[in-house]
Design a protein around this ligand. Structure first.
Ligand SMILES: N[C@@H](CCC(=O)N[C@@H](CS)C(=O)NCC(=O)O)C(=O)O
Length: 224
């Protein structure tokens, strides 16, 4: 039986969604973020040294890193579903988005989150204007224009096909769901990006997505 080590409000929600799409039995081991720091509890380090979520255990094998988990589960349980056939152009797109989600888009969204928090972090009153100035400058000069560029790129990609890797839902869409949801929560995904908004509506309407929410517990985006 697969165990998903699931942290509340986190990337592991998409692993639950993938397992629901695959119809594979699994159990959920829940972990709660520290309410103040939003970090994972130390028990997760007993599962994997980095103590991050998601991580899964499957018959003595431990797999961390959401892209690796998506590949592992689809390879083992997909039976041809949720990944384009090897050697096709769709397969290359699938691989690209699997890496892009965590390698290119999430770092920007994390910067957005961290700099946003700096703005309200406790600091001596005379330092606060300095912090605000730096946060504003980094946002204007780097984070916000980069995010706009990425969101416009994704919007244009979804004009080419219904899903990120073609006409069928794949693991790439599941992997991309978290950064797109994070962008909707804090990254400026608004009415300028109707295809991305439609992507979110489509995935949220899927019965497997909704079952995953029931299994994972409340999912309010998104802290790290
Ligand atoms: N690139 C990793 C990121 C893992 C990660 O940072 N997970 C967050 C949850 S979304 C986490 O565990 N945060 C709690 C912490 O850092 O203590 C992946 O995709 O699995």
């Amino acid at each position: 039986m697969i165990t998903v080590h699931h942290l509340n409000n986190s990337r592991s929600q998409r692993v639950l969604w993938l397992l629901e799409e695959l119809g594979v039995p699994y159990r959920v081991q829940r972990y709660e973020r520290n309410a103040k720091t939003m970090l994972a509890p130390p028990e997760l380090k007993a599962v994997h040294p980095l103590g991050k979520s998601p991580v899964i255990s499957d018959e003595g094998t431990t797999v961390a890193e959401s892209g690796a988990i998506v590949e592992y589960l689809i390879e083992r349980h997909g039976q041809g579903r949720l990944a384009p056939r090897a050697g096709t152009p769709e397969r290359l797109r699938y691989t690209y988005w699997l890496h892009y989600a965590e390698g290119s888009l999430m770092p920007l969204l994390l910067l957005k989150l961290v700099f946003g928090r700096l703005r309200s972090a406790p600091a001596p009153f005379f330092i606060k204007p300095v912090i605000k100035g730096i946060v504003g400058k980094v946002g204007q000069a780097f984070i916000d224009p980069n995010l706009r560029q990425h969101l416009s790129y994704l919007e244009a990609e979804l004009a080419k096909s219904t899903w990120f890797a073609g006409e069928e839902l794949t693991g790439a869409d599941i992997q991309m769901s978290f950064p797109v949801e994070a962008a909707a929560a804090r990254g400026g995904l608004d009415g300028r990006y109707p295809r991305l908004q439609a992507f979110l509506e489509r995935i949220h309407a899927r019965p497997a997505y909704q079952r995953a929410l029931e299994k994972g517990g409340p999912y309010g985006l998104i802290e790290s």
